[in-house]
Design a protein around this ligand. Structure first.
Ligand code: ADP
Ligand code: MG
Length: 344
Protein backbone atom coordinates (compact mmCIF):
# COMPACT_ATOMS: atom_id res chain seq x y z
CA UNK A 1 0.00 0.00 0.00
CA UNK A 2 3.05 2.24 -0.08
CA UNK A 3 1.84 4.39 -2.99
CA UNK A 4 -1.36 5.38 -1.18
CA UNK A 5 -0.06 5.63 2.35
CA UNK A 6 1.82 8.50 3.92
CA UNK A 7 3.80 8.15 7.15
CA UNK A 8 1.49 7.50 10.08
CA UNK A 9 1.75 10.78 11.94
CA UNK A 10 -0.85 13.39 12.85
CA UNK A 11 -4.49 12.58 13.47
CA UNK A 12 -5.65 9.00 12.96
CA UNK A 13 -8.66 10.05 10.89
CA UNK A 14 -8.90 12.96 8.49
CA UNK A 15 -12.13 13.44 6.58
CA UNK A 16 -12.43 16.41 4.27
CA UNK A 17 -15.44 17.52 2.22
CA UNK A 18 -16.88 14.04 2.17
CA UNK A 19 -19.96 13.63 0.02
CA UNK A 20 -21.87 10.41 -0.52
CA UNK A 21 -24.45 10.16 -3.29
CA UNK A 22 -26.59 7.22 -4.22
CA UNK A 23 -27.48 6.95 -7.86
CA UNK A 24 -29.64 4.50 -9.72
CA UNK A 25 -32.31 4.33 -12.39
CA UNK A 26 -34.85 6.35 -10.42
CA UNK A 27 -32.53 7.57 -7.72
CA UNK A 28 -30.08 10.40 -7.30
CA UNK A 29 -29.75 11.58 -3.75
CA UNK A 30 -26.84 13.12 -1.92
CA UNK A 31 -27.07 12.00 1.71
CA UNK A 32 -23.72 13.23 3.08
CA UNK A 33 -22.97 16.77 1.94
CA UNK A 34 -19.49 18.01 2.74
CA UNK A 35 -18.51 16.47 6.08
CA UNK A 36 -15.05 17.31 7.45
CA UNK A 37 -13.47 16.28 10.73
CA UNK A 38 -10.31 14.91 12.28
CA UNK A 39 -9.93 12.40 15.08
CA UNK A 40 -6.80 12.07 17.18
CA UNK A 41 -5.32 8.68 17.95
CA UNK A 42 -6.95 7.09 20.99
CA UNK A 43 -9.75 9.62 21.27
CA UNK A 44 -13.48 9.28 20.91
CA UNK A 45 -16.01 11.15 18.76
CA UNK A 46 -19.75 10.79 18.99
CA UNK A 47 -21.94 11.62 15.99
CA UNK A 48 -25.38 12.61 17.15
CA UNK A 49 -28.55 13.23 15.18
CA UNK A 50 -32.04 12.06 14.30
CA UNK A 51 -32.67 9.05 12.16
CA UNK A 52 -31.90 9.61 8.47
CA UNK A 53 -29.36 12.42 9.02
CA UNK A 54 -26.50 10.47 7.40
CA UNK A 55 -24.68 9.14 10.48
CA UNK A 56 -24.41 5.52 9.36
CA UNK A 57 -23.47 6.49 5.81
CA UNK A 58 -20.65 8.69 7.18
CA UNK A 59 -19.35 5.76 9.24
CA UNK A 60 -19.55 3.35 6.33
CA UNK A 61 -17.60 5.82 4.21
CA UNK A 62 -14.61 5.32 6.52
CA UNK A 63 -14.39 1.69 5.37
CA UNK A 64 -16.14 2.21 2.02
CA UNK A 65 -18.81 -0.30 2.92
CA UNK A 66 -21.32 0.51 0.17
CA UNK A 67 -23.25 -0.96 -2.74
CA UNK A 68 -21.95 0.00 -6.21
CA UNK A 69 -24.65 2.69 -6.48
CA UNK A 70 -22.73 4.88 -4.02
CA UNK A 71 -20.56 7.74 -5.29
CA UNK A 72 -18.01 9.08 -2.84
CA UNK A 73 -16.10 12.34 -3.11
CA UNK A 74 -13.69 14.21 -0.90
CA UNK A 75 -10.89 12.77 1.21
CA UNK A 76 -10.91 9.99 3.79
CA UNK A 77 -7.54 9.18 5.35
CA UNK A 78 -7.17 6.68 8.15
CA UNK A 79 -3.70 6.20 9.60
CA UNK A 80 -2.25 7.86 6.52
CA UNK A 81 -4.12 5.57 4.11
CA UNK A 82 -6.21 7.16 1.38
CA UNK A 83 -9.30 4.98 1.81
CA UNK A 84 -11.11 6.28 -1.28
CA UNK A 85 -8.15 5.22 -3.47
CA UNK A 86 -7.92 1.61 -2.26
CA UNK A 87 -8.60 -1.43 -4.43
CA UNK A 88 -11.21 -3.93 -3.21
CA UNK A 89 -8.57 -6.43 -1.99
CA UNK A 90 -6.76 -3.68 -0.06
CA UNK A 91 -10.06 -2.65 1.51
CA UNK A 92 -10.65 -6.20 2.73
CA UNK A 93 -7.37 -6.06 4.58
CA UNK A 94 -8.12 -2.84 6.42
CA UNK A 95 -11.68 -3.89 7.32
CA UNK A 96 -11.45 -5.84 10.54
CA UNK A 97 -7.72 -5.03 10.74
CA UNK A 98 -7.00 -1.31 10.94
CA UNK A 99 -10.68 -0.38 11.22
CA UNK A 100 -13.53 -2.44 12.56
CA UNK A 101 -17.18 -1.80 13.11
CA UNK A 102 -19.84 -2.91 15.53
CA UNK A 103 -23.44 -2.58 14.50
CA UNK A 104 -26.76 -2.09 16.23
CA UNK A 105 -27.82 -5.58 15.26
CA UNK A 106 -25.09 -8.17 15.91
CA UNK A 107 -26.59 -10.54 13.34
CA UNK A 108 -25.41 -8.18 10.56
CA UNK A 109 -21.82 -8.95 11.55
CA UNK A 110 -22.06 -12.48 12.89
CA UNK A 111 -22.52 -15.46 10.60
CA UNK A 112 -25.35 -17.71 11.83
CA UNK A 113 -23.71 -20.94 10.62
CA UNK A 114 -20.42 -20.62 12.53
CA UNK A 115 -19.81 -20.57 16.26
CA UNK A 116 -18.58 -17.38 17.91
CA UNK A 117 -15.20 -19.03 18.49
CA UNK A 118 -14.83 -20.09 14.84
CA UNK A 119 -15.64 -16.57 13.63
CA UNK A 120 -13.12 -14.88 15.88
CA UNK A 121 -10.45 -17.46 15.04
CA UNK A 122 -11.05 -17.11 11.27
CA UNK A 123 -10.59 -13.34 11.51
CA UNK A 124 -7.32 -13.75 13.38
CA UNK A 125 -6.00 -16.33 10.93
CA UNK A 126 -6.93 -14.11 7.94
CA UNK A 127 -5.54 -10.84 9.27
CA UNK A 128 -2.64 -11.98 11.40
CA UNK A 129 -1.65 -15.24 9.73
CA UNK A 130 -1.42 -17.10 13.04
CA UNK A 131 -2.22 -20.83 13.49
CA UNK A 132 -5.75 -22.01 14.33
CA UNK A 133 -4.46 -23.27 17.64
CA UNK A 134 -3.11 -19.84 18.59
CA UNK A 135 -6.23 -18.17 17.19
CA UNK A 136 -8.51 -20.35 19.34
CA UNK A 137 -6.55 -19.43 22.44
CA UNK A 138 -6.83 -15.72 21.54
CA UNK A 139 -10.57 -16.10 20.89
CA UNK A 140 -11.02 -17.34 24.44
CA UNK A 141 -9.00 -14.40 25.84
CA UNK A 142 -11.12 -12.01 23.79
CA UNK A 143 -14.40 -13.39 25.12
CA UNK A 144 -13.00 -13.05 28.61
CA UNK A 145 -11.89 -9.49 27.84
CA UNK A 146 -15.46 -8.53 26.90
CA UNK A 147 -16.66 -10.22 30.09
CA UNK A 148 -18.65 -13.07 28.62
CA UNK A 149 -19.39 -15.43 31.52
CA UNK A 150 -18.41 -19.10 30.99
CA UNK A 151 -16.38 -17.91 28.01
CA UNK A 152 -15.00 -21.34 27.17
CA UNK A 153 -18.48 -22.79 26.72
CA UNK A 154 -19.66 -19.71 24.79
CA UNK A 155 -16.91 -20.17 22.19
CA UNK A 156 -18.84 -23.22 21.02
CA UNK A 157 -22.16 -21.38 20.81
CA UNK A 158 -23.85 -20.28 17.59
CA UNK A 159 -25.04 -16.65 17.56
CA UNK A 160 -28.73 -17.60 17.89
CA UNK A 161 -27.96 -19.53 21.09
CA UNK A 162 -26.89 -16.34 22.89
CA UNK A 163 -28.93 -13.55 24.47
CA UNK A 164 -28.90 -10.10 22.80
CA UNK A 165 -26.37 -8.76 25.30
CA UNK A 166 -24.00 -11.72 24.90
CA UNK A 167 -24.29 -11.58 21.11
CA UNK A 168 -23.31 -7.93 21.28
CA UNK A 169 -20.31 -8.82 23.45
CA UNK A 170 -19.41 -11.54 20.94
CA UNK A 171 -19.51 -8.99 18.12
CA UNK A 172 -17.34 -6.60 20.13
CA UNK A 173 -14.83 -9.41 20.73
CA UNK A 174 -14.79 -10.08 16.97
CA UNK A 175 -14.32 -6.37 16.23
CA UNK A 176 -11.45 -6.08 18.70
CA UNK A 177 -9.73 -9.30 17.61
CA UNK A 178 -7.06 -7.64 15.48
CA UNK A 179 -6.55 -4.63 17.76
CA UNK A 180 -8.00 -2.05 15.39
CA UNK A 181 -6.70 1.50 15.63
CA UNK A 182 -10.19 2.71 14.82
CA UNK A 183 -13.40 1.21 16.16
CA UNK A 184 -16.68 2.32 14.62
CA UNK A 185 -19.74 1.71 16.77
CA UNK A 186 -23.05 2.38 15.04
CA UNK A 187 -25.77 2.63 17.70
CA UNK A 188 -24.22 -0.40 19.38
CA UNK A 189 -26.67 -0.57 22.24
CA UNK A 190 -30.02 0.66 20.92
CA UNK A 191 -31.41 -2.86 20.50
CA UNK A 192 -30.61 -3.79 24.12
CA UNK A 193 -32.50 -3.12 27.31
CA UNK A 194 -31.36 -0.23 29.53
CA UNK A 195 -29.19 -2.08 32.07
CA UNK A 196 -27.41 -4.11 29.41
CA UNK A 197 -26.89 -0.90 27.38
CA UNK A 198 -25.07 0.74 30.25
CA UNK A 199 -22.90 -2.33 30.89
CA UNK A 200 -21.88 -2.49 27.24
CA UNK A 201 -21.15 1.24 27.01
CA UNK A 202 -19.00 1.18 30.12
CA UNK A 203 -17.18 -1.86 28.78
CA UNK A 204 -16.55 -0.14 25.45
CA UNK A 205 -15.24 2.98 27.12
CA UNK A 206 -12.91 0.95 29.30
CA UNK A 207 -11.63 -1.11 26.37
CA UNK A 208 -11.14 2.00 24.28
CA UNK A 209 -8.93 3.53 26.96
CA UNK A 210 -7.06 0.33 27.73
CA UNK A 211 -6.32 -0.48 24.10
CA UNK A 212 -5.72 3.15 23.07
CA UNK A 213 -8.17 2.81 20.20
CA UNK A 214 -9.86 5.77 18.58
CA UNK A 215 -13.62 5.28 18.49
CA UNK A 216 -16.46 6.85 16.59
CA UNK A 217 -19.85 6.24 18.13
CA UNK A 218 -23.09 6.97 16.39
CA UNK A 219 -26.17 7.56 18.48
CA UNK A 220 -29.36 9.55 18.69
CA UNK A 221 -29.06 9.51 22.47
CA UNK A 222 -27.37 12.45 24.24
CA UNK A 223 -26.87 10.40 27.39
CA UNK A 224 -24.84 7.85 25.45
CA UNK A 225 -22.78 10.64 23.88
CA UNK A 226 -21.89 12.10 27.28
CA UNK A 227 -20.92 8.70 28.59
CA UNK A 228 -18.51 7.68 25.86
CA UNK A 229 -17.15 10.64 23.92
CA UNK A 230 -14.42 13.29 24.10
CA UNK A 231 -15.90 15.25 21.20
CA UNK A 232 -19.41 15.51 19.79
CA UNK A 233 -20.51 16.29 16.25
CA UNK A 234 -24.18 16.92 15.61
CA UNK A 235 -25.45 15.95 12.17
CA UNK A 236 -28.48 17.24 10.32
CA UNK A 237 -29.45 16.57 6.69
CA UNK A 238 -26.03 15.23 5.77
CA UNK A 239 -23.94 17.99 7.33
CA UNK A 240 -22.30 18.61 10.67
CA UNK A 241 -24.19 21.52 12.20
CA UNK A 242 -22.29 21.72 15.48
CA UNK A 243 -19.12 20.28 16.94
CA UNK A 244 -17.03 20.69 20.04
CA UNK A 245 -15.90 18.97 23.20
CA UNK A 246 -18.56 17.07 25.15
CA UNK A 247 -18.54 19.80 27.80
CA UNK A 248 -18.95 22.58 25.24
CA UNK A 249 -21.78 20.96 23.35
CA UNK A 250 -23.66 19.64 26.37
CA UNK A 251 -23.21 22.65 28.66
CA UNK A 252 -23.56 25.29 25.99
CA UNK A 253 -25.18 24.00 22.80
CA UNK A 254 -25.06 26.78 20.21
CA UNK A 255 -27.03 25.45 17.25
CA UNK A 256 -30.81 25.61 17.65
CA UNK A 257 -31.00 21.98 16.50
CA UNK A 258 -28.63 20.84 19.25
CA UNK A 259 -30.62 22.92 21.74
CA UNK A 260 -33.76 21.19 20.48
CA UNK A 261 -32.18 17.76 20.93
CA UNK A 262 -31.24 18.67 24.50
CA UNK A 263 -34.75 19.85 25.32
CA UNK A 264 -36.27 16.71 23.89
CA UNK A 265 -34.01 14.30 25.81
CA UNK A 266 -34.28 13.13 29.39
CA UNK A 267 -31.31 14.24 31.53
CA UNK A 268 -30.39 12.99 34.96
CA UNK A 269 -31.45 16.24 36.66
CA UNK A 270 -34.76 16.90 34.98
CA UNK A 271 -37.24 14.75 36.84
CA UNK A 272 -40.64 16.37 36.55
CA UNK A 273 -39.60 18.69 33.70
CA UNK A 274 -41.72 18.30 30.57
CA UNK A 275 -39.92 17.24 27.40
CA UNK A 276 -40.20 19.58 24.49
CA UNK A 277 -39.91 17.69 21.20
CA UNK A 278 -38.53 19.47 18.11
CA UNK A 279 -41.53 20.28 15.90
CA UNK A 280 -41.75 18.90 12.39
CA UNK A 281 -39.62 16.25 10.74
CA UNK A 282 -36.20 16.10 9.06
CA UNK A 283 -36.25 17.31 5.45
CA UNK A 284 -36.54 15.13 2.38
CA UNK A 285 -32.94 14.76 1.21
CA UNK A 286 -34.04 14.48 -2.41
CA UNK A 287 -35.63 17.90 -2.19
CA UNK A 288 -33.64 20.09 0.18
CA UNK A 289 -34.71 23.73 0.57
CA UNK A 290 -32.16 26.36 -0.60
CA UNK A 291 -31.27 27.83 2.82
CA UNK A 292 -30.60 26.17 6.16
CA UNK A 293 -32.30 22.76 6.12
CA UNK A 294 -33.30 23.20 9.77
CA UNK A 295 -34.95 26.62 9.24
CA UNK A 296 -38.52 25.30 8.78
CA UNK A 297 -38.33 23.72 12.27
CA UNK A 298 -36.27 26.42 13.98
CA UNK A 299 -37.81 28.83 16.48
CA UNK A 300 -34.85 31.22 16.04
CA UNK A 301 -35.01 31.34 12.22
CA UNK A 302 -35.10 34.67 10.41
CA UNK A 303 -35.60 35.50 6.76
CA UNK A 304 -31.97 35.08 5.58
CA UNK A 305 -32.04 31.50 6.90
CA UNK A 306 -34.33 30.56 4.02
CA UNK A 307 -31.88 31.96 1.47
CA UNK A 308 -28.36 31.02 2.54
CA UNK A 309 -26.88 27.74 3.62
CA UNK A 310 -24.78 28.76 6.64
CA UNK A 311 -21.09 27.86 6.83
CA UNK A 312 -19.66 26.39 10.03
CA UNK A 313 -18.70 29.34 12.25
CA UNK A 314 -15.74 28.96 14.61
CA UNK A 315 -16.73 30.04 18.11
CA UNK A 316 -14.53 30.77 21.12
CA UNK A 317 -12.86 27.64 22.48
CA UNK A 318 -12.99 25.84 19.15
CA UNK A 319 -16.69 24.96 19.18
CA UNK A 320 -18.32 25.28 15.76
CA UNK A 321 -21.92 25.95 14.74
CA UNK A 322 -23.48 26.15 11.29
CA UNK A 323 -25.96 28.93 12.04
CA UNK A 324 -26.34 32.42 10.56
CA UNK A 325 -26.88 33.98 14.00
CA UNK A 326 -23.12 33.57 14.57
CA UNK A 327 -22.05 34.65 11.08
CA UNK A 328 -21.04 38.31 10.94
CA UNK A 329 -22.46 40.15 7.96
CA UNK A 330 -25.17 37.56 7.27
CA UNK A 331 -27.93 40.12 7.84
CA UNK A 332 -29.42 37.78 10.45
CA UNK A 333 -29.43 40.28 13.32
CA UNK A 334 -31.37 42.93 11.38
CA UNK A 335 -33.82 40.55 9.70
CA UNK A 336 -37.36 39.90 10.86
CA UNK A 337 -37.99 36.61 12.66
CA UNK A 338 -39.92 33.93 10.82
CA UNK A 339 -42.88 32.56 12.64
CA UNK A 340 -41.76 29.19 14.05
CA UNK A 341 -43.49 26.78 11.78
CA UNK A 342 -44.00 23.08 11.90
CA UNK A 343 -42.93 21.41 8.66
CA UNK A 344 -44.72 18.13 9.33
N1 ADP B 1 -27.70 2.14 0.01
C1 ADP B 1 -28.49 3.23 0.02
N2 ADP B 1 -29.14 3.63 -1.09
C2 ADP B 1 -29.94 4.73 -1.09
N3 ADP B 1 -30.12 5.52 0.00
C3 ADP B 1 -29.51 5.17 1.13
C4 ADP B 1 -28.66 4.02 1.22
N4 ADP B 1 -28.16 3.94 2.49
C5 ADP B 1 -28.71 4.98 3.16
N5 ADP B 1 -29.49 5.72 2.35
C6 ADP B 1 -30.23 6.94 2.73
O1 ADP B 1 -29.31 7.86 3.27
C7 ADP B 1 -29.93 8.65 4.28
C8 ADP B 1 -29.09 8.63 5.52
O2 ADP B 1 -29.09 7.32 6.05
P1 ADP B 1 -28.30 6.88 7.34
O3 ADP B 1 -26.89 7.33 7.25
O4 ADP B 1 -28.54 5.42 7.49
O5 ADP B 1 -29.05 7.68 8.49
P2 ADP B 1 -28.84 7.61 10.06
O6 ADP B 1 -28.44 8.99 10.46
O7 ADP B 1 -30.18 7.25 10.61
O8 ADP B 1 -27.80 6.59 10.34
C9 ADP B 1 -31.33 8.07 4.48
O9 ADP B 1 -32.23 8.89 3.78
C10 ADP B 1 -31.23 6.71 3.84
O10 ADP B 1 -32.47 6.32 3.32
MG1 MG C 1 -27.98 4.75 11.31
Amino acid sequence: MSSIATPAAGPLVEVKDLTVRFTGRDLDVSVVNGVSFTLERGSSLCILGESGSGKSVTMRALMRLFPPTARLDGTVRVDGIDVLALQENQLRRIRGGLISMIFQEPMTALDPVFTIGQQIAETLVYHEGISYRAANARALQLLELVQVPSAKRRLEAYPHELSGGLRQRGMIALALACKPKLLLADEPTTALDATVQIQILLLLRELQREMGMATIFVTHDLGVACEVADKIAVMYAGKFVESGSVEQVIDNPRHPYTQGLMNSTIHADMRGVALDPIPGAPPDLTDLPPGCPFAPRCAAAREPCLEHMPELVLLPGGQQARCLQYAPGSGFAQAPALKASCAA
